[in-house]
Design a protein around this ligand. Structure first.
Ligand SMILES: [Zn+2]
Length: 185
C-alpha cells in the first residue's frame, strides 16, 4: 500500500524532503530516511513511530501522526563504523561551538583543545579533544579541567558515523526530537 507519492506535499515540503530519524530496536540511531520511506515502513509494520510531530496525515484508509523518529520492530545488526579523526571532523562533531564558553565561532577563531594537555600525557584522540575558541584555549593553557575549573560542555567521544553524516550535512535543520538519540546538544 502506498501512503505517499513523490510529489505529495506535507507542511510545505515534499515528502521526499522531510527527514525522519531511524532507530534500531535497541534505540540506537542508525539512519535518516525520507518521510515517504518512514511511512512505508510503519504501514508495513517494520517500524513504529517513536516520536511524533503534532501534525497528522489523513488518507482514505489511514490517519497517522507524522513521525520525526521511528524505531525498527526487529533489531538489525549494523557493523561498527568509525569516523576518521581530524581537526575538521572534531569541529563538525562539536558543531563549531566552543566547548568552554559555548559560543558559536567561525573556523579561523577555533582551535583544538586537549582536555588533558599533551604535556600531561593527554593523547590526540576523539575522547581527549574538544573544540575551543582561541580565548578559552589560552585561558585553560596547560592545565587539566579540574585545575583550570574549565570543563567541556559535553564529555568528548567519537561520533557515530550516522551522527557525523547528519551533522556534516544538515546540522542546522535537525528536528529537536532527534537530539536525545544523537550525540548533539
Ligand atoms: Zn570559548
Amino acid at each position: 500500500m502506498s501512503v505517499f507519492e513523490d510529489g505529495d506535499v506535507v507542511l510545505g515540503k515534499s515528502v521526499v524532503e522531510i527527514s525522519v530519524l531511524v532507530l534500531n530496536a535497541s534505540y540506537e540511531a542508525i539512519n535518516v530516511c525520507t518521510l515517504k520511506r518512514a511511512m512505508k515502513m510503519i504501514v508495513k509494520g517494520v517500524a513504529r513511530t517513536e516520536e511524533a510531530t503534532e501534525w497528522e496525515i489523513h488518507s482514505p484508509t489511514i490517519s497517522l501522526k507524522i513521525p520525526s523518529v521511528i524505531r525498527l520492530v526487529n533489531y538489525v545488526h549494523i557493523p561498527h563504523c568509525v569516523v576518521k579523526f581530524s581537526r575538521k571532523n572534531v569541529f563538525i562533531r562539536d558543531q563549531y561551538i566552543c566547548q568552554y564558553c559555548e559560543k558559536l565561532f567561525h573556523l579561523p577563531m577555533l582551535t583544538i583543545d586537549h582536555v588533558v594537555p599533551r604535556s600531561r600525557g593527554g593523547e590526540t584522540v576523539w575522547d581527549n579533544v574538544a573544540t575551543a575558541c582561541k580565548k578559552c584555549n589560552t585561558k585553560k593553557g596547560n592545565r587539566t579541567p579540574r585545575e583550570a575549573r574549565m570543563f567541556p560542555k559535553r564529555s568528548p567521544k567519537a561520533p557515530s558515523i550516522l551522527t557525523y553524516l547528519y551533522l556534516n550535512r544538515h546540522f542546522r535543520t535537525y528536528d529537536s526530537s532527534w537530539t536525545k538519540y544523537l550525540y548533539i546538544i
